[in-house]
Design a protein around this ligand. Structure first.
Ligand code: DOR
Length: 382
């Protein structure tokens, strides 16, 4: 029989609540959760820590292949693990663009070899990330659950309609990049009733977008959406990111959307760039290793529970990806994160382990410190 690892004495927290208890792990799965004695081979004492399902990022840029001077799969995944992420969904805007099953599979194979994070490798919806020639979506859907032209907006209504139809036919999720945001989101939501597409609205940033999302959900439309740390925290800031940093009123509205369930997921849009590329005007923020510190701080400051944070960072992304993960339950994947929930620190960009340190948030207060990230039952960050 393979070893049973007992994770003991932590406070347990997931979407369903906080409670004391031990978590027993075997063969990459949670074997048992509770307070009753259970046999085990090895014990990890987590006294004073909070144990949560590890985070799942539906929106990451790993820059691999071709742009590895910014980040590569290994450096990005090590940063993700430091941030408490066990699973990242890598976007397709690499060099070459990920637009064939062979390119998807090459990255998946490399990820398996690294044994760091789990990888979902998104593929482009259009050749060259353009809204002109569709990629072979039927073939791609056999190797990835996510298609995205992220970084580029799909302006063509016809292209978007066909993409939504294909997503329903082949079962993949479409993660969108919407700029201008309100116009594109309105168009995509309007196409849902006729197409029954599987839409995930990427990185929402504007309070009017949230209003559209609320109205659409109230009308019974089925789709999901995500928000990033910088759109919850940053305002009136001259730092290039797409979509842009907006106002304090937008931050407040988006936090309210997290609280009331209108926004489904917390993602990162981790977008590493070299200093030279930032100088040239490239958009993006490197953030996956401190995203949780911002989420926790903002949720605390606004009276939003850790259970809700866990739902948005783990449980809902897992459901969207069709994984049995994101809850502390027997039979679920043993992807876990142990956090010192009261630790306070201040972001030091020089101390970041991502290859790129592009962030406007140096000196920002962060709450919580990741002590262990466990993936498939293995401690991969300590
Ligand atoms: O700021 C951004 N940077 N937004 C995106 O959607 C793409 C990303 C990148 O790839 O750098």
């Amino acid at each position: 029989m393979s070893e049973i690892l007992k994770l003991s004495k932590a406070l347990l927290c997931d979407r369903d609540g906080e409670r004391p208890g031990d978590v027993y792990v075997q063969d990459g799965k949670i074997l048992y959760v509770g307070t009753e004695a259970h046999p085990f081979d090895r014990e990890l004492d987590l006294k004073g820590l909070t144990l949560l399902p590890a985070f799942i990022d539906l929106h990451t840029h790993l820059r691999d292949p071709g742009l590895t001077y910014k980040e590569d799969m290994e450096s990005g995944m090590r940063a993700a693990l430091k941030g408490g992420y066990a699973h990242v969904c890598a976007m397709a805007n690499t060099k070459p663009v990920i637009e064939t099953p062979a390119l998807v599979e090459a990255n998946l194979q490399r990820a398996r070899g690294l044994r760091l994070c789990r990888l979902t490798q998104a593929a482009a919806a259009g050749l060259g990330l353009k809204d002109e020639t569709p990629t072979d979506r039927q073939a791609l859907s056999r190797v990835t659950p996510m298609l995205s032209n992220d970084g580029q907006t799909i302006f063509s209504d016809e292209f978007m309609r066909a993409l939504l139809l294909d997503s329903a036919k082949y079962g993949f999720l479409i993660s969108t990049h919407c700029q201008p945001e309100r116009m594109t989101v309105a168009r995509d939501l309007a196409l849902l009733p006729e197409t029954h597409g599987r839409l995930h609205i990427g990185h929402i940033s504007h309070r009017d977008t949230l209003r559209q999302i609320r109205e659409a959900k109230a009308r019974g439309l089925r789709f999901s959406c995500e928000v990033m740390p910088h759109h919850l925290l940053g305002h009136d800031l001259d730092y290039k990111v797409n979509p842009p940093i907006r106002s304090a009123a937008d931050n407040a509205a988006l936090l309210e959307g997290c609280r009331d369930g209108s926004i489904d997921c917390l993602s990162t849009d981790h977008a590493p760039h070299s200093p030279e590329d930032k100088q040239k005007g490239m958009a993006g923020i490197s953030n996956i290793e401190y995203a949780f510190g911002i989420f926790l701080r903002l949720f605390r400051e606004n009276g939003i529970s850790l259970c809700r944070l866990s739902e948005m960072a783990s449980c809902t992304p897992a459901r969207i990806l069709g994984r049995k993960a994101g809850l502390l339950r027997a039979g679920y994947d043993a992807d876990l994160v142990a956090v010192d929930i009261n630790a306070v620190s201040y972001l030091d960009p020089d101390a970041m382990i991502s290859r790129s340190h592009n962030t406007p948030f140096g000196g920002e207060k962060l709450l919580g410190r990741i002590q262990y990230t466990i993936v498939e039952g293995e401690i991969r960050y300590a």
